[in-house]
Design a protein around this ligand. Structure first.
Ligand code: NAP
Length: 255
């Protein structure tokens, strides 16, 4: 177990990728705070799963887009776990629309959760993480933050901001022993992308992915655990793609 004396907060861990990250961190021995926004029941099921496997976990509700709630979340997670040295900023939403159709509020909601949430939680942990001199922040971002996609200008911008933030934060806090990295996930079947994949079962998208398949939540979680733990001890400011080759490809078809 590589994270035996660690305590982690995973935002948006009641389902999807966050749930898989919480389980994977716990499997490596970390105590885990499972954050959720509205689905308390689902978060408690994750806690029970971790406990059933012999681990330690607590569920803590908070809307990370609210800076005060995010600070309270960090404080509560730290108290309940008796410390905190890993933060995984995973909470995220999408609200796809063409730019000229989108309501300004919907645009900002995506930015406030996906980027604002990561900023608020990072801000809240930094004093303690820097004082400890050995801590890690992992941002769950997207290949979409580095590429364009029709109808996802809001989502792509939020993830592009998160990628830029990851690099700058990494450089800023490296001398205090705090590492900041990001996982850039590709298509991973969860509630978040169910609408996009429903159209043709995802066949059209799969054809455009070099590995011709979607990621599993466990594959994304494995990258997050790597970046959170000691195996990546000399890695910071890294944007690690887990996208089946999607962002390595020049998408203009075969010559
Ligand atoms: P998901 O299944 O829809 O789960 C989203 C999670 O975020 C839920 O636990 C939800 O809590 C929580 N959440 C949403 N808004 C929140 C808020 N304001 N405060 C606190 N928690 C909040 O999504 P997912 O696919 O697992 O996505 C997880 C992360 O991976 C996101 O950042 C997403 O952008 C990123 N990602 C996903 C994909 C993909 O293909 N799935 C690809 C690239 C990146 P409740 O259950 O309480 O609502």
């Amino acid at each position: 177990m590589k994270l035996k004396n660690s305590a982690a907060l995973v935002t948006g861990a009641s389902r999807g990728i966050g749930r898989a990250i919480a389980l994977a961190l716990a499997a490596q021995g970390a105590a885990v705070a499972v954050n959720y926004r509205s689905r308390a029941q689902d978060a408690h099921v994750v806690v029970k799963e971790i406990e059933a496997a012999g681990g330690r976990a607590v569920a803590v509700g908070a809307d990370v887009s609210d800076p005060v709630a995010a600070a309270e979340l960090v404080s509560r997670a730290t108290d309940l776990l008796g410390g905190l040295n890993i933060l995984v900023n995973n909470a995220g939403i999408s609200d796809d629309a063409l730019i000229h159709d989108a309501a300004p509020d919907a645009w900002w909601d995506v930015m406030k959760v996906n980027f604002g949430g990561a900023y608020h939680c990072t801000h809240a942990v930094l004093a303690s993480f820097m004082a400890q001199g050995d801590a890690s922040i992992v941002n769950i971002s997207s290949a979409m933050g580095e590429r364009g996609w029709i109808g996802q200008a809001n989502y792509a911008a939020s993830k592009g901001a998160l990628n830029a933030f990851t690099r700058s934060a990494a450089v800023e806090v490296a001398r205090f022993g705090v590492r900041v990295n990001a996982v850039l996930a590709g298509f991973t079947p969860t509630d978040l992308v169910s609408e996009v994949l429903r159209r043709d079962g995802g066949k059209g998208i799969k054809r455009q992915i070099p590995l011709r398949r979607f990621a599993t939540v466990e594959q994304v979680a494995a990258a997050a655990v790597f970046l959170a733990g000691p195996d990546s001890g000399y890695t910071t400011g890294e944007l690690l793609c887990v996208d089946g080759g999607f962002s390595a490809q020049l998408g203009i078809g075969r010559p």
